[in-house]
Design a binder for this molecule. Sequence first.
Ligand SMILES: Cc1cc2nc3c(=O)[nH]c(=O)nc-3n(C[C@H](O)[C@H](O)[C@H](O)COP(=O)(O)OP(=O)(O)OC[C@H]3O[C@@H](n4cnc5c(N)ncnc54)[C@H](O)[C@@H]3O)c2cc1C
Ligand code: FES
Length: 295
Amino acid sequence: MVVCPGEQDRRSGKRAIHQFTSQVVGNVPVTSSVRRLDLLLPPSASFEILPGQFFMIRTGMTLWPLLRRPFSILSSDPPGHGKKRRVSILFRVVGQGTRLMAEWQRGQSVDMIGPLGRGYTLPESSGTVLMLAGGLGIASLFGLAESILLKQGAPLVWVCIGGKTGEEILMKSELEEMGAEVEVTTEDGSMGMHGLLTQWLERLDTQMRMAALTKSPGLAVYACGPFEMLARVAAITRMLPLPCQVSLEARMACGVGACLGCAVKTRQRGYQMVCKAGPVFDAREIDWEATCRLF
Ligand SMILES: Cc1cc2nc3c(=O)[nH]c(=O)nc-3n(C[C@H](O)[C@H](O)[C@H](O)COP(=O)(O)OP(=O)(O)OC[C@H]3O[C@@H](n4cnc5c(N)ncnc54)[C@H](O)[C@@H]3O)c2cc1C
Ligand code: FES
């Protein structure tokens, strides 16, 4: 495993960027376009993985695709202490990189960097948690739900998953088995509420539930999905008002803050790199109008 000190690491001496080779132990279809990839990390990979962080994965050994691709960490074993440790991701096949990943067989070696970025700030242990996942946004939020429910034991983790069709609703039963309360919205009405996740959030009864929730101590809202959805979630939670953390899936080239390709505009701190300052941000921090124009 190669450990490269990053800019911040040279100053603090605390964090490092890990490059390592993992091994595929599972690569199975979950839907017609989404697969679950299970990887075994080498025994030396004893670093902490925080919910909301991501890996940059090299998808091919030839020049194209040149750049690694970013993927949220769906779930991970705790640090292995000398043992190989399993991590999983969910990926949608959309282009050349993910097409190559779909062909990976058991035993395939995978060149990776990570875990990268700032993850979610965990809620207070007694607080109620609302998670809003647009489609594959659940890949980022699932590890957070797992952390809160299995390790922290929050009283209520309430997850709303929105998709175009029922086929896009992922990890529902796994979340329910862990003890989460799960709601579903689909644009074609084939599962759960007919409409958009943001419409669910806007509904009066939801707002009444939200009003009740705001009285619960340490309430936290977390969201991951398309930019337009996150912008709307940010506007609604700001109005209620509720604290909200969002994970942004910007296009990334380097993943480590070097290429400046993933910049988003913030209200107070100018442009920030999603790969380094994020991908998780306080929803109030983002200049949504400027950011939606960028992506
Ligand atoms: C922090 C982060 C976490 C992510 N987590 C996941 C995940 O858990 N699962 C998953 O399937 N995908 C995730 N993505 C998106 C994933 O990185 C892209 O789908 C992947 O890079 C596409 O690679 P490709 O070579 O197959 O497609 P490309 O040939 O690069 O692109 C194919 C198509 O996908 C679009 N695309 C590429 N990247 C993105 C992006 N970031 N957002 C929206 N559209 C994109 C392109 O515009 C193009 O239309 C994440 C992205 C980020 C930044
Ligand atoms: S991807 Fe290069 S700076 Fe973020």
